[in-house]
Design a protein around this ligand. Structure first.
Ligand SMILES: Cc1cc2nc3c(=O)[nH]c(=O)nc-3n(C[C@H](O)[C@H](O)[C@H](O)COP(=O)(O)OP(=O)(O)OC[C@H]3O[C@@H](n4cnc5c(N)ncnc54)[C@H](O)[C@@H]3O)c2cc1C
Length: 371
């Protein structure tokens, strides 16, 4: 939808026939996106709420962070889906069908085999992850954690929240099952999305997320009476395994195109950037859909280092994030997490974490890359 929205806005695509195939009619509010940006993006009309300040809590460091020039933004899945579908309906060159894709084949012309038909296209942009990343490549150079979470949107009977400040990470929770924290995303004085999130190899039993949410709302937020107005959950792959970007004229996008930042699980902004790049490549006719820049390689190395440290439990995620936020401005940290910092700025971030843990980890990753 991010790519489609940009095709709608770019005159070059007016003369193209575009087919969207999705097995889902996209009528459910199945996810909430949060991300940070400095300027309004193409989905600004559906931003539900934004914050200029966020709280960071850990057992030994807590601070309200001023995000300027960033805003932390929230979009409800259903609002984005409805927005894109409404825009799509205005364009007769775009057709949308609900069908299940079974496979692709062909290189120059790509055949898309669905449950009912075979379509042929000059370019196919694929966001289906047919296989779980662990099954793609399980060598010991690669680390695979899952970011898994359950969120409740709650409505309290009394004013309990400050809608001007979100909680970006609250680590004041047991850390024995992996890196564990809560998000609290208040959209009004009485309503907030509270999300229990872990980075670990294994998922929890469903009731464990429920118990953690109940306990946090009771004991930390101290809210006695509330109703749950929306529930969502998800699992996002956090891995340094390289995803295939392109097979012939089939170009992978979204999670299937490796657009999740391996060390944070954030994907929304990276998906937007990839969509912008693809549009540029199509319009100019250059069609370079799988080149990796120096910056991409640099941040992939950093992500591998951090994943290695987390995967092998060489240092707790809580301590890493609190060291980084304690010693750097939020603006620098968010820019680093966005893969936008210079090498000098990277060094400043790196000085925030213990060299005796991170240097050997970095050396191992550099050797892996050469090997
Ligand atoms: C609950 C949840 C919350 C998230 N929150 C954030 C967040 O706050 N910030 C952030 O940066 N990232 C977040 N993410 C991660 C990421 O941004 C989203 O998962 C994003 O939607 C990924 O986009 P995508 O295009 O890869 O996949 P999707 O948005 O899942 O789109 C894939 C589409 O393919 C369709 N499909 C799948 N298989 C087939 C098939 N065989 N045939 C036809 N259609 C098929 C699906 O119906 C779906 O519409 C979240 C993920 C989840 C699950």
């Amino acid at each position: 939808m991010s790519l489609l929205m940009r095709m709608i806005q770019e005159p070059f695509f007016q003369a193209k026939r575009i087919l969207v195939i999705d097995q889902s009619a996209k009528t459910n509010n199945d996810r909430t996106w949060c991300f940070w940006e400095t300027n309004p993006g193409i989905f600004e009309p559906v931003v539900r709420h934004h914050w200029e300040k966020v709280n960071f809590f850990s057992s030994d460091f807590s601070k309200t962070l001023d995000l300027f020039p960033y805003q932390y933004k929230m979009i409800s899945g259903i609002d984005l889906y409805t927005f894109v579908k409404t825009e799509t309906a205005k364009h007769s060159n775009i057709e949308w069908i609900t069908d299940t894709i079974l496979s692709f084949d062909g290189k120059e012309k790509v055949n898309v085999v669905t449950a009912t038909e075979i379509f042929t296209a000059s370019f196919v942009f694929n966001s289906i992850l047919f296989r779980e990343p662990a099954a793609i490549d399980a060598k010991d150079k690669n680390y695979y954690l899952k970011q898994h979470f359950k969120g409740w949107e709650i409505e309290a009977e009394r004013n309990c929240f400050d809608p001007g400040v979100a909680t970006y990470m609250d680590f004041r929770l047991a850390q024995d099952k992996g890196t564990t924290f809560m998000y609290v995303l208040p959209v009004s004085k009485t309503k907030a999305l509270v999300e229990y999130t872990l980075f670990s190899e294994n998922l929890l039993a469903d009731e464990e997320y429920t118990i953690a949410l109940q306990k946090y709302i009771d004991e930390e937020l101290k809210i006695e009476k509330y109703s749950i107005t929306h529930i969502e959950s998800g699992v996002i792959p956090m891995t340094n395994q390289r995803f295939s970007l392109q097979v012939g004229n089939m170009v992978n996008i979204g999670i299937a195109g490796g657009q999740v930042k391996p060390s944070s699980g954030y994907a929304f902004r990276f998906i937007q950037q990839r969509a912008e790049n693809i549009i540029r490549e199509l319009v100019t006719g250059a069609h370079r859909f799988s080149e990796r820049s120096f910056s991409d390689k640099k941040f992939h190395l950093y992500d591998s280092v951090l994943l290695q440290v987390l995967y092998h439990n060489k240092m707790k995620g809580e301590k890493i994030f609190s060291d980084i936020f304690r010693k750097n401005s939020a603006e620098l940290v968010f820019r680093f997490l966005d893969n936008q910092t210079s090498i000098l700025e990277d060094l400043r971030i790196m000085q925030s974490v213990p060299t005796h843990i991170f240097l050997p980890a970095a050396l191992k990753e550099m050797v892996n890359k050469i090997g």
